[in-house]
Every structure is written in structure tokens, then in C-alpha cells.
Design a protein around this ligand. Structure first.
Ligand code: ARG
Length: 402
């Protein structure tokens, strides 16, 4: 029987070259699968045709935008997921979804091999392959760029020798990955970490100094899910799309960071994630109003762990699932509205209201109507400090004796 290979196809040089290469290496047929996670670049039908022109036996396009928004981006927002306190996991979120569709395509076409275009230096090879190991351990993996040590020049030479219909004149010096949740740009002059990013590399955001008037937006949440913008009910995909353009116009969500990759390398990446940064800030503030103190404190460590697991390629892991049960429970009362001003590169919360609010004006006010009994505070403070007081007294007592 002919061997079949399912390839995660982006339409770019590396995965286009991979089509004839994989066919040659395996003697089999290549099925190219392109997943739409809101990357909003080239038309996916053009990409599909390119795969066929490069020699794919079949090419499929999956529109996974709504699913990506609701089941990947929103859970990340519920976990306030920011790797190293900054990066909203853009690429890390799309890989498990892509894996899911590769596995489906492999089953449908009777493929025994899955292929991706990642190099051996990044996180994404780990995310693809650990995901595949979890969902379909019987599938073999070939990663041509890594396993056969391709360089860009080698790929171009191979494309030319095969007469592949790809435009190699487009010599972008950057490696870019983008989807609905944001955009990541690396390599080229950015590899010198002293070099400042130039305006040219941005696509999801305008310069924060553009002089635009501030934009005010109200986001409605129900049990930790955003359900409306400015009072209009919308799907997660619609909300993220609209916030990408409104917050993006104000330059919200630009990040320039050196990050710790799973493979041990420190790398420099520029991100733009306008909707992600605005939504996480709004969600976090609604949690501040509606989540009880100790639950909120504990959730911060759960959130951080969730983000690290997803960054590290462990989307399909028991610990991540268990943490999500905790997060779901903690979101029960995260219902209400947050008003934000988008301006000058920032998404700033200016108001919040919720029927599930724990903010009690009577307890908080310093004006007339104060219901907080300050006379109770004296005894509380006394007992709260008792253990420290005892320990200090003990230290004083035995000073010099040990
Ligand atoms: N550093 C990010 C991550 O590991 C993005 C990786 C892809 N970046 C790129 N520019 N191609 O999730």
C-alpha cells in the first residue's frame, strides 16, 4: 500500500518544498492540510492550489477560527495566561488545535506519517510532537527542516530544481507566526538584542503615538467568558477580531522580549497581541471585583502554571485538565462589565460593575455611611501579629546562646 503523509501546510517556502521532498523520501503521497486560525494572510484557496501545484495528492483547508477563539484563546484569557508575565502564548495556543486536525486528516486518508515545518531549535516542534504523541501515538513524524537540516538557501535551490511555483523573491528577513490571538516576529536584525524594533515589522498594531482620539469600550463577561462589546452580543471570534482592530489602532499589545524557550535557548521576539492584552486586563480586573481574596491569590499560581504547561507543549496533559477544573470553578461569578480606554499603547480599565461584586461601598467608604466597625481592627491586628511577635522575642532571648 502507498504510504501517505499528512503535512501541516502554511503555504510558505519551507512547507511547499516539503511536499515533493516528503514524496521523494517516503515514496508516498502527500496530503497538505492548512488550518485557518485567523492568521488572515493569503487567501486559503490560493494556498490550497499551491499545495496541489507543488505535487500534493490532496489539499484541505480547515476553518477553525471560531473553535480557536472559543476553545483556545478564551481559556487562555480565563487563565490570564502571560508567559514570563508578558507573552500571551499566541503560537503555543494554535499548535494543539493544528495537531487535532492533522490527526483527523491522517485517520481520514489512512496516513501513517505526519509532517511539520518546524526547525529543531524552537518550541513548536515540541508542541506538535508531544500533542501527536498524546492524540495519535501510532503516527510517525518527519520534520524535514529539522531532520534533514535545511537552510533557506537549500530550500530555494531545491524549489528551483523542482520548478515549484513559489515566489522566492519575497525575501522577508523575518520568521513570522500569526493567528487571531496575536503575531510573533523574530530573526533578522532583531537577533541583535540591542537593536530596537522598527515600525516596518508591525502589522496588527499602529504606532501608539499616532495621535488618534482615545477609544472607549465596554466588555461584558458571563462566568468568565466575554459575551458582548458595547452592549452588543458577539461570539468570542467576533469580540477578539473587533478588539484586534480597535486596540490595534491604538498601538495596544506591542511587546519586545527576550524569552526562555523550552529547548534552553534565550531568544528575542517581538509580539503584537492587541485583543489578547486588552481582554486579559479587563478579565483580570473583573476577577479583582468578583473573586474572593484567597481564591484569587491561589488562582494566580494556578494561572502561571497553566501558562507554563501550554508554553511547554503540554496542552493535552492531565495537570492542565485538572487546573482547568479549578479555573472553571473560580470563574463562576466572573460576570459583569468592564469599561476600558484604549489609547497610546495602553488598555486602561476605568470602570467595573457586577451583580456578583464583592466590593461593598459601605465597608470601603471613608465618608458618611461607613459600616466597617474599626473597633474590631485593634484586636485583629494584635492577634495577627502574635506569631511574629513571639518569634522575635525568642530570637532576642537566645541571641548569642547558640
Ligand atoms: N516564541 C514564540 C513561542 O514559542 C513564538 C514562536 C514562533 N515565532 C515565530 N516568529 N515564528 O510560542
Amino acid at each position: 500500500m502507498t504510504e501517505r503523509v499528512v503535512l501541516a501546510y502554511s503555504g510558505g517556502l519551507d512547507t511547499s518544498v516539503a511536499i515533493p521532498y516528503l514524496a521523494e523520501q517516503t515514496g508516498g503521497e502527500v496530503i497538505a492540510v492548512a488550518i485557518d486560525v485567523g492568521q488572515d494572510g493569503e487567501d486559503l484557496d490560493v494556498i490550497k492550489q499551491r499545495a496541489l501545484d507543488c505535487g500534493a495528492t490532496a489539499a484541505e483547508v480547515v476553518d477553525a477560527r471560531d473553535e480557536f477563539a472559543a476553545e483556545y484563546c478564551i481559556p487562555a484569557m480565563r487563565a490570564n495566561a502571560l508567559y514570563m508575565d508578558r507573552y500571551p502564548l499566541v503560537s503555543a495556543l494554535s499548535r494543539p488545535l493544528i495537531v487535532k486536525y492533522l490527526v483527523q486528516a491522517a485517520a481520514k486518508h489512512g496516513a501513517t506519517i505526519v509532517s511539520h515545518g518546524c526547525t529543531g531549535k524552537g518550541n513548536d516542534q515540541v508542541r506538535f510532537e508531544v500533542g501527536l504523541a498524546a492524540l495519535a501515538p501510532h503516527l510517525k513524524v518527519i520534520a524535514p527542516a529539522r531532520d534533514f537540516a535545511w537552510t533557506r538557501d537549500k530550500a530555494i535551490a531545491y524549489a528551483e530544481s523542482k520548478g515549484l511555483p513559489i515566489d522566492v523573491s519575497n525575501k522577508s528577513p523575518y520568521s513570522i507566526d500569526q493567528n487571531l490571538w496575536g503575531r510573533a516576529v523574530e530573526t533578522g536584525f532583531l537577533e541583535d538584542i540591542w537593536n530596537a524594533p522598527i515600525e516596518d515589522i508591525y502589522a496588527y498594531t499602529q504606532n501608539p503615538d499616532s495621535g488618534l482620539d482615545p477609544d472607549e469600550v465596554t466588555i461584558t463577561f458571563e462566568a468568565g467568558v466575554p459575551v458582548a462589546l458595547d452592549g452588543e452580543t458577539k461570539t468570542p471570534f467576533e469580540i477578539i477580531t473587533e478588539l484586534n482592530s480597535r486596540a490595534g489602532a491604538q498601538g495596544v499589545g506591542r511587546l519586545d522580549m527576550v524569552e526562555d524557550r523550552l529547548v534552553g535557548i534565550k531568544s528575542r521576539e517581538i509580539y503584537e497581541a492587541p485583543a489578547a492584552i486588552a481582554l486579559i486586563a479587563a478579565h483580570q480586573e473583573l476577577e479583582n471585583v468578583t473573586v474572593e481574596r484567597d481564591l484569587a491569590r491561589f488562582k494566580r499560581s494556578i494561572d502561571q502554571r497553566w501558562g507554563e504547561l501550554v508554553y511547554d507543549g503540554l496542552w493535552f496533559s492531565p495537570l492542565k485538565n485538572a487546573l482547568e477544573s479549578f479555573i472553571d470553578d473560580a470563574q463562576r461569578h466572573v460576570t459583569g462589565e468592564v469599561r476600558m480606554v484604549l489609547h497610546g499603547g495602553r488598555a486602561t480599565v476605568t470602570g467595573r460593575r457586577s451583580e456578583a461584586s464583592l466590593y461593598d461601598f459601605g465597608l470601603a467608604t471613608y465618608d458618611e455611611g461607613d459600616q466597617f466597625d474599626q473597633s474590631l481592627a485593634r484586636g485583629f491586628v494584635e492577634l495577627w501579629g502574635l506569631p511574629s511577635k513571639l518569634a522575635s522575642a525568642r530570637d532576642e532571648r537566645i541571641k548569642g546562646t547558640s
